[in-house]
Design a protein around this ligand. Structure first.
Ligand code: ATP
Length: 757
């Protein structure tokens, strides 16, 4: 029989992805009826703890058999393999309460390891409200991330040091090192830092690493110099905290023994994203008593680029053969259609422990404009995507849904550019979890914008600073010189003074006049062409835009940002109009951020914070912004939409979730689809110590290893979509733009596979 293909709809939300065959059925999960759940949830036959579970029920949490088994588990290793929305964090918290309230374990004996500081605070808060637990007991429990735990230990037992907490400073350090060693052309600071972090997450040091090519030798030199400079200044960064704690344990073997005596019960949340160095730290303490309970979902490993390895959870029982395994496969969070879609996506991964989630929650009664099934959109591009999504958000809001129950999730910052821009311009209140710089303030984007700005206003001081830096001249030195010269002889193009600056090299002096001619030319160009031209002029060597064959994942991400800038610029006919739009957007953005933003601190985006601050000081004051009436209203009620990357959404849930950019090349990301996986990704994904050195080599890696890395990269992308989908409780909206950075792209293969099963 010939399959009929559903007709291409005008751009609107549909209940199946566009182009799917009519006979393909929506993936649904089986649904446990509330009746059978009743029998599951009343296993309170044990007189000793009946009161505890009954009190939990009174608080609205009726734990079923398997959940109770995990909560009751006392001594010895426990693996709680819990699918998305199955109550993993709820069970971990209940178990901590049970140990204290029923088994009389002192709060001080518990160490709960969380993935973020925010999660630690939430667990402490939740604990204080559980049966038999007073707020003071909850406070005495050590709920901490690995890093926070290690920092405490080092502060107590190691010689004093200063924490290099800001990513910006670390970046600055590496940049200086690369310049000092003459390696700034070979490596970006981020790439060198990422390679160093990858090494350290494996509990290794640059001095242990055997480079296999001249390029690797240079990289190692940079790493060693970076480490040396930190040591000279008595600084430690986040990567050092865990590694130095392991070293501390080696120097003071009595310390882990003492800690094991104190922390008799260790529990780890999000165990699937543990790194080798975290495992080493954990085992140094927990292996003494083996009261180690780990909670996780191998299907939600999404931090391998940070050194995480989900094989720690998939092989936990090989490491601890006596471990009790409890599998939680009932999903309490989402509707059957959302659980079904999640199952249908993730089942295509090969490297996973088999489990199929069943929904507990019945499908909600359909009300106007909402339904239990996911909705799909195939907009033309990111602009249309944002427009239609905002329309839907506003429609839901009018139907009584609060903004704070809705989240917009995306793979990377460049995917969110149009959405943030339109939300900002329309004054819809939103909050970004993990503050991102405004797209146009990004370290790679800003110099391009500054050159456009300079073509219109040659005396713009901040833009001048960017132009100076792009000539490889120290920004401070260059600006100081220009300022001095301007006092004596003001010029129409102040940059020209640098052509006669004695303090800089002659090749730099010679580059000044051609650069001014170049900047002048930009003013009359179409903005998209100007951006394209600058990409070639400033960045092509670095982003390797012409050939992605050998570029690193970081270079890919950079190229993506610049392509997005070009897409954005295409909307404008003149440079003037483009810059005017950016200024207006920035003023509105800053005004919105300034009004009670409670954003979480995003340490990886710190380098850009000062730019925004500078702009706030210079521009926001001079550009008064009218916040639309409806935005002010909502702010008063503190009702805001949440925007964040899928990575940051881990562990969270929202009634309504919007997924942006679920298109080939965006998710799965193009880096994971390359014929040859990038070297920096390989470094993070190759496990064996001997393999790892080869993985970091730019050229030599065996084919089978390469195939394995490619499979892992795609599977990680599939997990990322799985995490995104399973954050939704009631409604899910998935959008797949047709045109991405000028090229036509298919709907993500992960969605198609899910429907074609
Ligand atoms: N036995 C239960 N009865 C009712 N609701 C439950 C039960 N167990 C968990 N829940 C609810 O299900 C939702 C998901 O729970 P939780 O966040 O603990 O799951 P999780 O496994 O940690 O999720 P994920 O790994 O996807 O982040 C929460 O709203 C929680 O309150």
């Amino acid at each position: 029989m010939k399959k009929s293909i559903s007709s291409p709809a005008a751009t609107s939300w549909t209940s199946r992805p566009q182009g799917t065959h009519a006979e393909y059925k929506q993936p649904l999960s089986t649904c446990i009826s509330p009746d059978s759940l009743g029998t599951l949830s009343h296993d309170t036959t044990n007189d000793e703890d009946r009161w505890f579970f009954e009190a939990l029920e009174n608080l609205g949490l009726s734990l079923h058999h398997a959940q109770q088994e995990a909560v009751r588990h006392h001594e010895g290793p426990l693996l709680c393999l819990a699918g998305a929305g199955s109550g993993k964090t709820s069970v971990l918290t209940a178990r901590a309460a049970y140990l204290m309230a029923v088994s009389s374990v002192p709060p001080e004996s518990l160490w709960l390891v969380t993935f973020t500081n925010k999660a630690a605070a939430e667990i402490r808060d939740r604990l204080g409200r559980l049966p038999g637990i007073t707020p003071s007991m909850a406070r005495r429990v050590q709920a901490r991330t690995f890093h926070s735990f290690a920092l405490r230990l080092l502060q107590a037992y190691a010689p004093p040091f200063t924490l290099l907490a800001e990513e910006r400073s670390r970046y600055g350090f590496m940049k200086r090192v690369l310049r000092e060693l003459g390696l700034q052309e070979q490596f970006e600071a981020e790439t060198a830092l990422a390679s160093l972090s990858a090494l350290k997450s494996r509990a290794e040091l640059p001095e242990d690493w055997q480079p296999k090519s001249p390029l690797e030798r240079d990289l190692r030199r940079a790493m060693l110099r970076f480490e040396e400079q930190k040591q000279e200044r008595n600084l430690k960064d986040f990567d050092d905290l865990l590694l130095d704690t392991i070293k501390l344990f080696e120097a003071k073997p009595e310390l882990p023994v003492k800690l094991a005596r104190r922390f008799q019960f260790v529990m780890v949340d999000e165990f699937q994203d543990s790194t080798p160095v975290q495992i080493a730290l954990l085992e140094a303490i927990a292996n003494a008593h083996r009261n180690l309970a780990v909670f996780g979902d191998d299907d939600q490993t999404i931090y391998t680029f940070n050194g995480a390895n989900h094989r720690y959870i998939t092989t936990f029982q090989e490491r601890y053969p006596d471990a009790i395994r409890v599998t939680l496969d009932l999903n309490f969070r989402s509707t059957p259609a959302i659980v079904g879609l999640g199952n249908a996506i993730i089942k295509h991964n090969q490297d996973r422990l088999s489990k199929t989630m069943q929904a507990v929650k019945p499908a909600p009664a359909s009300s106007a404009g909402t339904s239990q099934q996911p909705y799909y959109l195939r907009p033309n591009d990111a602009e249309e995507e944002a427009m239609l999504m905002i329309e839907k958000i506003q429609e839901l809001k009018q139907q009584g849904h609060a903004y704070q129950d809705m989240a917009v999730l995306y793979r990377s910052q460049s995917v969110s550019r149009a959405m943030i821009e339109q939300l900002t311009m329309e004054g819809i209140p939103y909050e970004q979890l993990g503050r991102e710089p405004l797209f146009y303030d990004h370290g790679l984007v800003k110099p391009v914008i500054d050159h456009l700005r300079l073509s219109l206003q040659p005396r713009d001081k901040e833009a001048l600073g960017s132009a100076v830096a792009c000539l490889y001249i120290s920004r401070e030195q260059g600006l100081r010189y220009i300022q001095q010269q301007e006092k004596e002889r003001a010029k129409k193009y102040p940059l020209v003074h640098l052509a006669s600056c004695q303090g800089i090299a002659s090749f730099q002096q010679e580059a000044v006049k051609p650069r001014i001619r170049y900047i002048k030319k930009l003013a009359s160009m179409k903005p998209a062409l100007a951006v394209q031209d600058m990409r070639r002029e400033f960045y092509d060597k670095f982003t390797q835009a012409a050939s992605h064959a050998d570029s690193s994942a970081y270079q890919d991400a950079s190229a993506e940002l610049l392509e997005e800038l070009e897409s954005s610029a295409k909307r404008f006919d003149t440079v003037e109009a483009f810059i005017k739009h950016i200024d207006e957007l920035a003023a509105r953005y800053d005004a919105q951020q300034a009004t009670g933003s409670t954003n979480a601190r995003g340490s990886r985006t710190e380098p850009y914070a000062p730019q925004q601050q500078a702009r706030q000081e210079t521009k926001a004051k001079s550009a008064p912004v009218d916040t639309p009436y409806h935005a002010r209203d909502a702010e008063e009620a503190d009702d805001k939409l949440t925007l964040m990357t899928i990575h940051r959404a881990k562990g969270l849930e929202f009634k309504t979730v919007f997924l942006l950019g679920i298109t080939e090349e965006l998710l799965p990301h193009r880096t994971s689809l390359r014929k040859k996986p990038p070297a920096d990704k390989k470094a993070a994904l190759t496990e064996d110590r001997s393999d790892r050195s080869a993985a970091m080599a730019v050229t030599d890696a065996s084919r089978s290893q390469e195939e394995d890395v490619k499979l892992q990269l795609v599977e990680e992308e599939r997990r990322l979509l799985y995490v995104g989908v399973t954050r939704a409780k009631n409604q899910l909206y998935i959008s797949s733009p047709v045109v991405v950075h000028g090229d036509k792209q298919e709907i993500s293969r992960f969605i198609k596979e899910a429907w074609q099963q």
